[in-house]
Design a protein around this ligand. Sequence first.
Ligand code: MOS
Length: 739
Amino acid sequence: MNYNLANMQHRIVGKPLDRVDGRLKVTGEAAYTADVPIDNLVYGVIFTSAIAKGKVIQIDTSAVVIAPGVIDIITYEQTPSLVKIPFFSPQQPQPTEKDDNIYYDGQHLGIVVAQTLEQAQTAASLVKISYEEAPPTVTMAQAEIFEPESILFGIMPGKITRGDVESGKAHADILMEQVYTTPIEHHNPLETSATIAMWEGDNLTLYETTQGISSTQRGICAVLNIPPENVRVISKYLGGGFGCKALLKSHTILAAIAARQVKRPVKVVLMRSQMYTSCGYRSQTQQHLTLGATKDGKLTLITHIGTSLTSPFDDFVEPVGAATTMMYACPNLEVKYRLARINASTPTFMRAPGEAPGMFALESAMDELAYALNIDPIELKLRNHADIDPHTGLPWSSKSLKQCYQQGAEIFGWAQRNPVPRSMRDEHFLIGWGMASATFPSHAGSASVKVEIFANGEVRVQSGTQDIGTGTYTVMTQVAAEALGLSSQSVQFELGDSNLPKAPVTGNSITVGSVSPAVHKAASAARVKMIQMAITDSNSPLYGSQLDDITVESGQIFLKQDSSKRDSYTDILHRHGLQSLEVTEESSPNPDKQYSKHSFGAIFVEVAVDELLGEIKVRRCVGVYSAGRILNLKTARSQVIGGITWGIGMALMEKTVMDANQGRIVNANLSDYLIPVHADIPNMEVQFVEEHDSFVNALGTKSLGELPIVGVAAAISNAVYHATGKRIRDLPITPDKLL
Ligand code: MOS
């Protein structure tokens, strides 16, 4: 593998360092939420509705309360609403009036607490619920469709336009109009969601599987009406999140209420099947996409109308047009959203929400346009390359998409491609080559970091951020060690505790861009403070030296010109009679809106399609990405491999199926919900295009986590078309669709 990042003044940042928590994880020493040992623990099992629409008439608990080991049972009648949980940090209080309505199958109706897990499970199975049943709305076709005025709870308008679509039509030599569809998909982290809730007086501690310790803290405080200082949320390791652990969910509320009621710590671990109805999902999408272009391939218009599903009580839109507005230099555009309410739980963010299904449509359509105009797809993209953000008119803070196309094409051997469908064969396999672009916005939030240098030589760096399995512990250790002039082994980075300095939720690929600048700032400030203590101390060999003439390596502070003149962090602290030096700094994203900030990439795939069976195998993948500075080549590459793997699953396998009569998910398990296994995944060639983006933040990092899933499904669909001559616009591309 060939990494193109050559920023050699960095001694630690950028290096493919092994995960600092790797050993703890592979030896089982890392305590994930459900593993945390707690004294006096009891077990909660959530019971749920068995119908998708109607009303609860009665919950009969008579068999439950006499079952062995049962401590208590709490029903929805004794809790705030377990379905209407406000997104983000709740502005308005959660509804507390009793609501007997059933909105979806699997809706949480209460919790049974018992001495052991088995007793709680048995007792939960004895809850007898009688319903008044009504026929549920299950499909998009059955649902009433409406156009929301704004989407994502007011963050974005429901309709986005630029230029004039009619004039775009008038100037077009060709119009391509198609419908692309994607199914409901689920996150399926290996670790199911879990909570351990314990009260000491009025103080609640939650061990929680969350991507956002502070957002969980804010959320539970709003729901239970308690002040934030009474709640501590701890999440040290996460076995995958992907968006389904980003926001407060009902199991956490039930665990907290149950623990308060039984006055003992309560552990709740969702069953795999419960994950399908308790933690959100990616909505099914139906996308009407129109491209207009001149004969020479210049886009004159794009319209993208996305219809997605939502629950009876929340308006969650899958923002499929997010990338459409900024991807190509097209003067006339309309993006619009429509919602269909069905009897299902509320969808949520799932890895590259919007971009992942949206770019399947846009990048498939661009391939169709390339064929219609007989232009190579890369050439077509270059003719419509957005040199500035076409929607805001702002320059990019950095953009290396052309280099991604070029390097990807070179490694893949794209120039050898005969574009004629069915022109490439390998025995009884039809071979197809396809490609697509990737993009993801680079957002950031404010973060605080505390650095402590101890007289015994230990260094501790802390921030209330999260490591969702992607490598936060490791990259923050690298940034801190480099800024302090220490080796990565001598720095301990701590996260995952809401008592630590605040950091944002780990979602929207913002953690590196938010927290690493704060780590850099606090560690640099601590180093400067130490040097100043030395040069103003008459007992230091460095007394009277200038700050700029001094450097630090391995905790040794010395004159650049004369390394025999040296002092050390530990000696300085000892001489000053200090146990430690402590610095806390906050870093906020640059408020100037002078630039548009996005990461980009290009993905190339080769598929082999068995002509008789319709089976598709991805044989080769080349992904080239530009995401600013890469802090750790190994963890970054691992994220890209994970993203592309997920993209292959999205293209060929993943689909949640709802029973059209019952409104029940029929494949709520990992045997029937297909995800790729090793045998499905080819060798991947991953490269990064080096970027020095001095605008985004002090380290020049951009978003990476969600970028590599984007475009993969389109690249595969385009390759399948090249192989077979069949254009599949409905995911997943299963063999039946090719026969
Ligand atoms: Mo992500 S879908 O922002 O966890």
